[in-house]
Write a protein that binds this ligand. Structure first.
Ligand code: FES
Length: 125
């Protein structure tokens, strides 16, 4: 199984790692296939994702997809970030080995959940 250079780059030197204090939205997902978990936190200003961070307990592909997803989502509007798909995340990394495609599910799902969490909190106000 070979990872692309971009996967290795994001795995060894991930962007936006950690957890934001006072996050406006939080998305947490588990991968039923392997049990790995990921948490994404976002800060939102005027409907734009101004800051984003991830914490992932998972494989190299899960960490690389988390990292690239945070880069893709930063400075996007919430509507734009909601359209980021699992396939786009894998594509952005130059592809994933077929047996690792399920790992790209986590990041896009966690991002979407963080946005939904933010929106539901806004609705509560
Ligand atoms: Fe669990 Fe990749 S093996 S996310």
């Amino acid at each position: 199984m070979a990872y692309s250079d971009k996967v290795m780059e994001h795995f060894t030197n991930p962007s936006n790692i950690g957890e934001l204090k006072d996050a406006d939205g939080t998305g947490e997902v588990g991968n039923p296939t392997c049990g790995d978990v990921m948490k994404i936190t976002i800060k939102v200003e005027n409907d734009v994702i101004k800051d984003i961070a991830f914490k992932t307990l998972g494989c190299a592909a899960a960490i690389a997809t988390s990292s690239v997803t945070t880069e893709m989502a930063k400075d996007k509007t919430l509507d734009e970030a909601m359209t980021i798909t699992r396939d786009q995340v894998a594509e952005e990394l130059g592809g994933l080995p077929p047996q690792k495609m399920h790992c790209s599910n986590l990041a896009a799902d966690a991002l979407h959940r963080a946005i939904e969490d933010y929106r539901s909190k806004q609705g509560d106000k």
